[in-house]
Design a protein around this ligand. Sequence first.
Ligand code: FES
Length: 106
Amino acid sequence: MIKITYVTADGKEQPVEVEPGMSLMEVATLRGIDGIVAECGGGCSCATCHVYVDAPWHNTFEEPAPEEEALIEFLDEARPTSRLSCQLLLGAEHDGLCVRTPPSQG
Ligand code: FES
């Protein structure tokens, strides 16, 4: 099991323990995490699963595909550490991971 924490824009911490293998978005929707909407269910087309993956975690995931980069480019709240959580697969190396969700997603 690995422990990951989702933090909303207003600072609410939501820690969960999961088996590696799912995406950050899948874990969030299964566990009812605030701040991740995931309207398209992981199809990389809605961008409502937007998260900020700050240092030291940003480089622990695969580089974004062009479709993901294109969606992020159009987000008002995009930052250099923005990712779409449906594209981020969790592995054993992500134990302790902390991600933040943007203000517009609650
Ligand atoms: S769930 Fe829609 S882009 Fe990630």
